[in-house]
Design a protein around this ligand. Sequence first.
Ligand code: PEP
Length: 251
Amino acid sequence: MKHRKTVIVGNWKMNTDVQSGINLAKQILDLSNNITNVEKIICPPFVSLTSIAKVLKGSSIQLGAQNVNPNENGAFTGEVSTAMLHGLVSHVVIGHSERRMFNDESSDQVAAKAVSLSKAGMNPILCVGEDLSIRKSGKAVNFIAKQLEASLKGFSNWNSLIIAYEPIWAIGTGEAATSAQAQEMAAVCRNIICNLTPDLGNSVRVLYGGSVNSKNVAKLLEQPDIDGALVGGASLNAQEFSNLIKLASSK
Ligand code: PEP
């Protein structure tokens, strides 16, 4: 029995418009609000956050954003700051491989986001992951250790942190990592955290992400260092996402 509470995060990415997002949030709420031994977080696009916050108010489902700009305010066209998200969301996904890839985000920038969120009292969901060529070259362990350390530079609010190990080759491909592969890398992440904060390292939740669905979630969650899942595609289907939450609740 793990002492860390299981957490299931739905990352909607750039999907849903405001109305379909409200509908999806209502369906997820209907199907899973009564499951309280799992922490549930949904991360819709920015434009939907205000409306979905109203849907989730007073419920057991928390709201997250998919990105943040660490600067307080100013000339950053198109960006959203921590202050703007404050009071609206409890969690923010940072360092997702799609942002590292398509927006050239560096681990230094991810670390600045983590620090800015923790100053504002919000919880970072910090993603790390290697691509297929790194995996094939046998250097994944080293790469993840370095990426995680670099993405946590200057960060110290360990109680607020959730880590998501998301191998790029498993995201959106339908080919999840095996539970052994996911466990190995979750343990690498935990070791890094335990080195940085010996007292609190074992309380930090480490999630796995990459083609998680209701068929593979149970096996992944059986692993000693995997405390939940970051779910992309399967979080856009209320029934599938709620099934996944139910399976997580019986672990
Ligand atoms: C993700 O968006 O972080 C993700 C893991 O996507 P998917 O579940 O679709 O692979």
